[in-house]
Design a protein around this ligand. Sequence first.
Ligand SMILES: [Cu+2]
Length: 260
Amino acid sequence: MDFLQFSVSSNWFKLSMPVEDISTNGHLIDGLWNYTTLLGIFYFILVCIGLFGFSYLYSHKRSKTPYYTYGNKKKHLFITAFIGAAVFLSVDLNITRLSNNDMLAVFWKWPDPKTEKVIRVEVMAQQWMWSFRYAGADDLFGTADDIVTNNDLRVPMNTKILFHLTSKDVIHSFFVPSVRLKVDTIPGRITRVWWDANKAGQYDIACAEMCGTHHYLMKASLTVYTEEDFNKWLNASQTIAMTTNNPEDKNLAWGWKWEY
Ligand SMILES: [Cu+2]
């Protein structure tokens, strides 16, 4: 019985932890998350010490004479300003600085398909599914040989994958916990995200924006292949697409011309 309880609780602990990070840059997000959490705990403890410490020090037993303060003495103003500035500098400004650095140095350094190897994918979100489009043999999007999959994204590992995303109906959010990335998909607008995964396997994609009654069903699978396996899959899918894609099929016609 003890053993059972232990396994249940350790399982809950495991469930409450983030999934394994399989990306090259996910540690930046985890670092920011840990930093924020630790500082939050630090200030929480500080506030608790103040709250319970002063309640104890100035309880009725210890100090019988009431003492009135308006908090407007120089000393009070200074202490208040100091605490406020410490929180603002160490939490707000520092998080802004760290995340801004990461955005500029990594997440907004868009891979350039003209100069390096990049797999490009167009993503269309709709109530309630994800569609993915690869350019196919002609390297152009929105043409008859495109490879289109539903709720099934497959990419190679150790390669930069660049996504251009949009939505057919309402705002959705493309969320891939295993690479620590999330980006909104917005009707009439194209958003971008890129990653480089380094571990083959199968992972989850979810919608992270409350988008309607079946929002919770908006789940897709991500398969990260070795490069060899990915090429095999791509070639096989290309053959299928060439023979079965119907140019009249309106469900297939959502692709757009890729712009950099
Ligand atoms: Cu959604």
